[in-house]
Design a protein around this ligand. Sequence first.
Ligand code: S3P
Length: 427
Amino acid sequence: MEPILLEPAAKGLYGELKVPGDKSISHRAVMFGAISSGITTAKNFLPGEDCLNTVSCFRKLGVDIETSGTEVRINGKGLDGLKEFEGLLDVGNSGTTIRLMMGLLSGRPFTSHITGDESIAKRPMNRVTSPLLEMGAKIEGRENGKYAPITISGGRLNALTYSMPVASAQVKSAVLLAGLQAEGETVIKELAPTRDHTERMIRLFGGNVTTSGKNISIKGGQQLKAADIEVPGDISSAAFFLAAGSIVPGSEILLRNVGLNWTRSGIFDVMEKMGANLSIDRKEESFEPVGDIRINYSKLKGTTIEGGLIPRLIDELPIIALLGTQAEGETIIRDAAELRVKETDRIETVAAELRKLGAQIETTDDGMVITGGTNLHGGTVSSHGDHRIGMMLAIASLICKKEVTLEDPASIAISYPNFFTHLAKLR
Ligand code: S3P
């Protein structure tokens, strides 16, 4: 796709939006629908490229899945309904798809080959391979199973007590999906709480998983039953408009039906600490909490983001870095080395691209130090194929003095296909 020219905002952003369905929950709706018995329907499903790749992989594994816009109907036949696919299961750019499928397919009695794009080939898979090998799985990949393409010769698994060396919901979920098929009880010990969508979904599908402090336990041999799901709006997509509303003077935006799961809502804690004018207008409890969020422009101040807060806002750190450039004083991000193994090295990419617009950011091993109160001047930047970097730069363009040319904007469709239409609606 051609580069796109983005004009600065002439006035405040105003209006309301319903951001698309949550990416993490949409993936899981397809996966759990596929391994349950009966018909699962998911409404407000995210038809972004990552989730469509999950659909295509499960179709290849023999599952009948119909999609129509934001509705998906999955005709699951239980775990045994999954059948061997001799070709390649291609996850595209999706880390969630490959890692969760690795856990799932380790317990299936057939061989699977999983691959993805250039970015996936560089992302560490050993964090998943390692506990799965301990459970008895047979997995091969480049550099001793560290990188995709991955081949799994599935079969019987033993339960495992596993202390996770990284705070990662993808690793936790892969081990839970393997644990669901293993003999005995699998216990996972988390370093810090990470998103708990897998646990919630197992319960919604009639399974049993217990959480006690940082320990999560699951017994093998459970059969799941189909469920109907209304996917909440993605808080990680909403975050771009929360940021836009708080840095473009005169803005007022209402975001409807956004997922408010505590394991994902660290962005609220940070924005409140920075002095943002943000309020939750309505909150409802379903299998995931959802509500409406209102944001108005206000002056921001710098803050420090670290420790257990990091996993609760890991995908929001690129847009938080932009907020930092506009706040008064310094914003420090630390304990976020995980950013280096996302779709791109998000520490270096965020800093390099924002510097091209005039930001002052120093990178550290595990984060960034952002100088506040800088004027952004415009220029040419690139998403580097990373959807969240692309959206962050598009929001940055609103407060630049001159136009921004964004290269590789197509990556935004990975998680937010109608992002530019929504942005135009608020202008
Ligand atoms: C995700 C977990 C997070 C997040 C990713 C989606 C998930 O990754 O960054 O966008 O759906 O489980 P990690 O678990 O690797 O931190």
